[in-house]
Write a protein that binds this ligand. Structure first.
Ligand code: 13P
Ligand code: SF4
Length: 352
């Protein structure tokens, strides 16, 4: 695509969100990135939380964690640039040890991934011997290496149900675990808050007190305020939100499930309780629908990924993700098992 075509396309998508001079700058960087992508035989995977100019110009694929893991597993390119956070790029490396996987930032953390270590998982396995362990994909490779199966927000309930009716350890997002417990009709304990004193196993899920620093900030009051102001508003909440927030929402699902919900639904107004760049991306794609802006919270880790950093990642092949081979092999088993489970990402469908 020529520079002018790139500019016109970006203007069409994000013209209502970004000033014209910035769109011209972004179009130039997008052209440079797209040229480098061909030169390096690279694929760019962009998470739904990427800022609008990046989201609408350079990724070959955009999506949620599960979709991007599948794309990473399928690609035949030499280089994978992951416009997301470290645990996502690490998952791509786990699936593609022979390829160069680049994260366009040195950091790219996640409060959930930082909340648990491999030693924590080993201690839990000792405390609850024989109980299968599921970890959310928002963890590092050393944690994935210790567990039986991974899950994402798309397939968390399906993964838990695939393990049968017995108890399950579900790590590390306490809220996601509580939401899965409710959705699958299980009783849950979170050991560090309620130490196991009862010798009887009267629960079917064991959680961990990890939290997403973005989603834990949304409250039922936010929803009540939005409904008071806009009685027709449809509320969507990511399952990393608290169970009270998910319960008060009309729909809950993975980031892509929420994108698709707004595309298909007939309502005029939506409150999307997830990080705010995704609200911008949905607004850009649905100019006839209104995104209510009551609380805008940006994930600081996703925010590190810019178009400039993405260009530099391709230019200098930085920052390459490495995973020690013994950990990678064990972590891959858990990721492969997850990829074999089918699910559509939607949880609650009250407003469908
Ligand atoms: P999804 O898998 O739904 O895209 O969620 C990833 C994430 O980190 C949400 O905060
Ligand atoms: Fe992690 Fe939350 Fe950011 Fe998602 S939004 S990457 S869970 S800190």
């Amino acid at each position: 695509m020529t520079l002018e075509d790139t500019y016109i396309e970006l203007k069409r998508k994000v013209g209502a969100l970004i000033p014209d001079f910035e769109i011209r700058q972004k179009a130039e960087i997008a052209c440079e990135i797209n040229r480098l992508k061909v030169e390096k035989n690279a694929v760019i995977l962009g998470h739904n939380y990427m800022e609008p100019a990046l989201y609408y110009s350079v990724p070959d694929y955009v999506g949620d964690s599960l979709e991007l893991s599948r794309k990473a597993a399928e690609t035949d390119r030499d280089v994978i640039v992951f416009c997301g956070v470290r645990f996502m790029a690490e998952t791509a490396k786990i699936l593609n040890p022979g390829k160069t996987v680049l994260l366009p930032t040195r950091r790219g953390g996640c409060s959930l991934a930082a909340s648990i270590t491999a030693a924590d998982v080993r201690a839990l396995k000792e405390q609850f011997p024989g109980v299968p362990v599921v970890t959310y994909i928002n963890t590092y490779a050393e944690v994935k290496a210790e567990v039986d199966i991974c899950c994402t927000s798309s397939n968390a309930c399906a993964v838990v149900e695939s393990l049968g009716p017995g108890p399950v350890i579900f790590l590390p997002d306490e809220y996601l675990a509580r939401n899965v417990a409710r959705e699958t009709g299980r009783k849950i304990i979170v050991p560090s808050r309620a130490p196991r004193t009862d010798p009887e196993l009267d629960f079917q899920m064991i959680g961990w007190p990890g939290r997403c620093e973005v989603h834990e900030k949304f409250t039922v009051e936010d929803i009540d305020n939005a409904r008071k102001q806009f009685p027709d508003v449809v509320v969507l909440a990511h399952p990393e939100c608290s169970p009270d927030v998910v319960e008060a929402a009309d729909f809950s699902g993975s980031t892509t499930a929420m994108v698709k919900f707004v595309q298909k639904a007939a309502a005029k107004r939506y409150l999307v309780l997830t990080e705010c760049s995704m609200g911008d991306n949905i607004a850009a794609e649905n100019p006839d629908k209104e995104m209510v802006r009551i609380c805008s919270i940006r994930c600081p880790h996703m925010n590190e990924i810019t178009m400039e950093e993405t260009r530099d990642a391709l230019l200098h092949l930085q920052y390459a993700i490495e995973v020690p081979e013994d950990i990678r092999i064990r972590a891959k088993r858990s990721v492969d098992r997850m990829l074999a489970v089918n699910a559509d990402g939607a949880w609650k469908t009250d407003a469908a």
